[in-house]
Ligand binder design. Sequence first.
Ligand code: 5GP
Ligand code: ZN
Length: 118
Amino acid sequence: MTTKPDCIFCKITRGEIPSRKVYEDEDVFAFHDIQPVAPVHFLIVPKIHVENLYDTDMRHQALLGKILGMTGQLAREQGCQDGFRVIINNGKVGRQEVYHLHVHVIGDQVPLWGMGRR
Ligand code: 5GP
Ligand code: ZN
């Protein structure tokens, strides 16, 4: 499995930086965003280090499908009963801050558009 020593989200998945865990299995790790934009705001990341969707291709099909496929159940478990928003920021124009692929799941009073704060 490929992780990057100095990547903040790799460190979180390895347990070297504490986080409020939502879910974990052999492929993915989900945790609450440290600066939530809504009452429910967590991130789902692959355990392998992938920068963003520029770095993925069809070899990542199963992993990406798995991550997207678990959003609904996790969102429900976290209290989103009436819908939620899924955001993936990619690169500079996509306002990506942390360069380890992550899926934002935002729910319960979702901001009017996107991340709200930027
Ligand atoms: P993006 O890269 O899509 O712009 O967003 C990165 C997200 O990661 C931000 O919403 C930010 O609050 C969150 N974040 C950054 N550093 C940490 C951290 O150390 N712990 C947690 N839980 N979230 C973080
Ligand atoms: Zn990483």
